[in-house]
Design a protein around this ligand. Sequence first.
Ligand code: FES
Length: 116
Amino acid sequence: MIIPAGWAWIELINRQQKLNALKQSVIITPDIAGGITFKGKVIVYKDKSSITFYSSKCTHLGCTINKMENGVIVCPCHGSKYDLNGNVIEGPAVNSLTKLDYKVDPKTGNYIVKPV
Ligand code: FES
């Protein structure tokens, strides 16, 4: 079977784009501990019945958020505080954390999260 070169080229580009998207994804295993977990570009909030993924990029000036203090998520740069649902409870940030889309791998049950 002869495949036109243009079609083969488009297929190659599509595969490369999918591979790049997968490389940028963060894989979260389903056995992750409850509560808040910081995973690089992703903040995971798992409670008894649900799991939510937020970008760890602070909505003030973009610092990476990586800590909790007294039960709230705290940005290390200027001290913005967010509740467990990603809502601002103290500025300077004014916008909630960004919720991230994810897929579940049907084979492993792992969450595949795409950071922004
Ligand atoms: S960058 Fe997070 S509070 Fe300023």
